[in-house]
Design a protein around this ligand. Structure first.
Ligand code: NAD
Length: 295
């Protein structure tokens, strides 16, 4: 299939590379030329413009940082929606608010196009390994059409409900992720403050009731696990500023449903403060440093 792919950043880069590996023709577009070059090195073709990336595409995928970027790409100046073939399927994998996802999909529908939201979980590691979880919102038929493409980049494809439902399920997950990452970091710091080895403590908690994804797959203490941002100066991975964005989306959703989210609120405040202390671009597991004693 011919696939137009927007946003070849931390996540989109390896996702596009996996589509190439599966034999698809990927036409990539990104605002950052270096990232586009990196995608070309992985076998994608570079488009000169957003409109060119979707020409003759069977599927269009976007993996962008924000709702503003998604709206701008499909409806704004670039107005890519009108250049997409009516027969093509549009899959937005960005994490954005459900209202924008519904609105852009509704405008696409008015223009005779089918769009689903398919935000992902699994991080950069999952994107590279092709083991992402896709959390989709849209018509069942559209998600069934997307499934073979999504399976080139992920291990699981869920339908949470109609358009926007994928985004809601995704932010519920990310609110929980923020909470257990913070809890993991504070437990590891307290153990270390009492002279425990964080690697040994991690093994103990992994085999005990404190086990969780942050501890097991994304350990925030430097050197405990290989190939995670904590062991690479918290570079790569999922930026604090993006976690902050997702927590903002979660609180927005909580407000509209009058849901009580005390832990989500606290996580949002901690990540906002952490970002403001110079960590906005670092991976979200760098919250470990928030608990560090100053020398
Ligand atoms: P990123 O900033 O590394 O990549 C986003 C890319 O989109 C950038 O390269 C940017 O130049 C490009 N871009 C922005 N506007 C564009 C446009 N109009 N046309 C083409 N390209 C454009 O971000 P990321 O970490 O890859 O995250 C992307 C999305 O995935 C976000 O919504 C994020 O919340 C979500 N997400 C990230 C992770 C993670 O671990 N990084 C995990 C799950 C979900």
């Amino acid at each position: 299939m011919k696939i137009g792919f927007f946003g070849v950043g931390h996540m989109g880069g390896p996702m596009a590379a996996n589509l190439v590996k599966a034999g698809h023709e990927v036409i990539a577009f990104d605002l950052v030329p270096e990232l586009l070059n990196a995608a070309v090195e992985q076998g994608a073709k570079a488009a000169d413009s957003a409109a060119q990336a979707v020409q003759g595409a069977d599927v269009v995928i976007s993996m962008l940082p924000s709702a503003g970027a998604v709206r701008g790409l499909y409806l704004g100046e670039a107005g890519v929606l009108k250049h997409i073939d009516a027969s093509a399927l549009i899959i937005d994998c960005s994490t954005i608010d459900a209202d924008t996802a519904r609105e852009v999909a509704a405008i696409a529908k008015e223009q005779g196009r089918v769009m689903i939201d398919a935000p992902v979980s699994g991080g950069v590691g999952g994107a590279k390994a092709g083991t992402l979880t896709f959390i989709c919102g849209g018509q069942e038929e559209a998600i069934d059409r997307a499934r073979p493409v999504l399976e080139c980049m992920g291990a699981q494809v869920f339908r949470a409900g109609d358009n926007g439902a994928g985004q809601l399920a995704k932010i519920c997950n990310n609110m929980l992720l923020a909470i257990h990452m913070i809890g993991t970091a504070e437990a590891l710091q307290m153990g270390a403050d009492h002279g425990l080895d964080p690697a040994v403590l991690s093994e103990i908690m992994k085999a005990s009731s404190g086990d969780n994804w942050s501890l097991d797959k994304y350990n925030p203490w430097p050197g405990v696990m290989e190939n995670v941002p904590a062991s690479n100066e918290y570079e790569g991975g999922f930026a604090v500023k993006l976690m902050n964005k997702d927590l903002g989306l979660a609180l927005q959703a909580a407000l509209s449903s009058q849901s009580a989210t005390p832990m989500g609120n606290l996580a949002k405040s901690l990540y906002a403060a952490h970002g403001n202390h110079g960590y906005a671009e670092k991976d979200f597991s760098s919250i470990q440093r928030f608990f560090r004693h100053k020398e």
